[in-house]
Every structure is written in structure tokens, then in C-alpha cells.
Design a protein around this ligand. Structure first.
Ligand SMILES: *Cc1c(COP(=O)(O)O)cnc(C)c1O
Length: 227
């Protein structure tokens, strides 16, 4: 794993260099879904500090077992409102907010524990029926609505583009996300501090970095294939 992490860091650095970006503006979210606590520990020993999880039940167990306050946990899966209570307790950042109902519940639960919950809005840039996320054309309006929830902070946007086997084809979706983030930023809404673009996975993170990604979510290239 040490070697795999080093390769990823080298690739992130090369991608950043090739487009003149500061390497410090790009953070690696190690996606540990379905992977064991032992594997997460090994990654921590090799300097990894941010982990992404997709399933609340699995994450509750893993986070309790690891119990390390230096680690930042990000939720990147589809979140149901009835799990919002756990999500605000466990995660520093929730990448997948895509409905008012969910935002309302996250806000309510965050208020209960006196937390300002950092969130990203998930945008369905590929307009795929099978994917979660708000349609690009509704993102600004959605951000305006969410900005009234005082216990939520919108820190940016997230997208999962359509699957292509050629990474170059995803660039337009990343460009779209960046464009939308600019539109939202220009509104200077309260409770909105757009800084992050969560985009790029094992197959396409270099393209995402060229298009402005600040959080790359990488699983397979670090932990190997999932069963
Ligand atoms: C699983 C997952 C990833 C990691 O994908 P890899 O291709 O294994 O790097 C990234 N983002 C989300 C939302 C995921 O569900």
C-alpha cells in the first residue's frame, strides 16, 4: 500500500504541475468502502488522513474501531434522510447533498449537536437517470434554498460523471461543475463558502485535476479492486 499511495501522490503532483496548480490545493480522499479496518490503518500509517465511506452502517463500525481524531471522514455515498442523524455525528464533510428534504434533516440533526456541518452539493452533470444529484440547471437555485439552513455550510460541489473507458471524455462534465461553482460563488450567499470541487476517481483523477478538482476520491488505485 505504501507503494500504491506513493504512486498516487506522484501522479497527483505530476497532474498539478502540468497545469500549473499548487499541489497543496488538491487533497486525496482515500475511498475505503468495503475495505477492512486493518487496511485503513495501514493507509493511516502511511500518512493518509482523509477517508471516504459510502455506507453508514459500515462506516459507523469502522470509525469507532479506528477512533482516531486526526482522521477526517467524508461521506460520499447516497444518503437517506433517516440516516442523517448518524451522518452528522460521523462525518466532517458530506459530499452528496441533493435534496431539500435531506438538507433540512441534516440541518436539524446538526443543530441538535451544535455542529456546523460541511456539505457539498452533488450535481448530476451527465443528466443520467440512474445517478443521484441535482440537474446542472437547477444547481444555483438549489444552493440559494440550502443557504438558509444555518447549521449547514456549503463548501463546494461534487459530481460523478458518466462512465467512459476513455478518461478524456469526462472533461466536459468536470468543466461544467467548475462553471456552476463559479455561478454560485458569484451570488455571495450566506452559509456558502465555495472552495471545493470533489471530482475524479481512479480512472479519471488526472483529468479532474486539470479541470480544477480540489478533492479527488480514489479507492481502487489505493486499496485494490473491490469484491
Ligand atoms: C467508490 C467511489 C469512488 C472510488 O472509486 P474508484 O474507482 O475505486 O477510485 C469515488 N467516488 C464515489 C462517489 C464512489 O462511490
Amino acid at each position: 500500500m505504501q507503494k500504491r499511495l506513493k504512486i498516487i501522490h506522484d501522479r497527483i503532483q505530476a497532474a498539478a504541475l502540468s497545469c500549473g496548480r499548487d499541489i497543496k490545493s488538491i487533497k486525496l480522499v482515500a475511498v475505503s468502502k468495503t475495505k477492512t479496518t486493518a487496511m485503513v490503518r495501514e493507509a493511516i500509517e502511511n500518512g493518509q488522513t482523509i477517508f471516504g465511506e459510502n455506507y453508514i452502517q459500515e462506516a459507523r463500525k469502522k470509525i469507532a474501531e479506528i477512533s482516531d481524531s486526526r482522521i477526517s471522514w467524508h461521506f460520499i455515498g447516497h444518503l437517506q434522510s433517516n440516516k442523517a442523524k448518524y451522518a452528522v455525528k460521523l462525518f466532517d464533510m458530506i459530499h452528496t447533498v441533493d435534496s431539500i428534504k435531506l438538507a433540512d434533516e441534516l440541518n436539524r440533526q446538526a443543530k441538535k449537536i451544535n455542529k456546523i456541518q460541511k456539505i457539498l452539493l452533488q450535481v448530476n452533470t451527465g443528466m443520467e437517470i440512474s445517478k443521484s444529484g441535482i440537474p446542472p440547471g437547477e444547481a444555483l437555485d438549489f444552493a440559494k434554498k440550502i443557504s438558509c439552513f444555518s447549521n449547514l455550510r456549503i463548501k463546494g460541489l461534487m459530481t460523478i460523471p458518466p462512465f467512459y473507458d476513455a478518461p478524456g471524455k469526462v472533461a466536459p462534465y468536470f468543466k461544467e461543475l467548475r462553471k456552476i461553482s463559479g455561478l454560485i460563488k458569484d451570488e455571495k450567499l450566506s452559509n456558502v463558502e465555495i472552495k471545493e470541487l470533489s471530482m475524479g476517481m481512479t480512472g479519471d483523477f488526472e483529468v479532474a485535476i486539470k479541470e480544477g478538482a480540489t478533492l479527488v476520491r480514489i479507492g481502487t488505485a489505493i486499496f485494490g479492486e473491490r469484491a
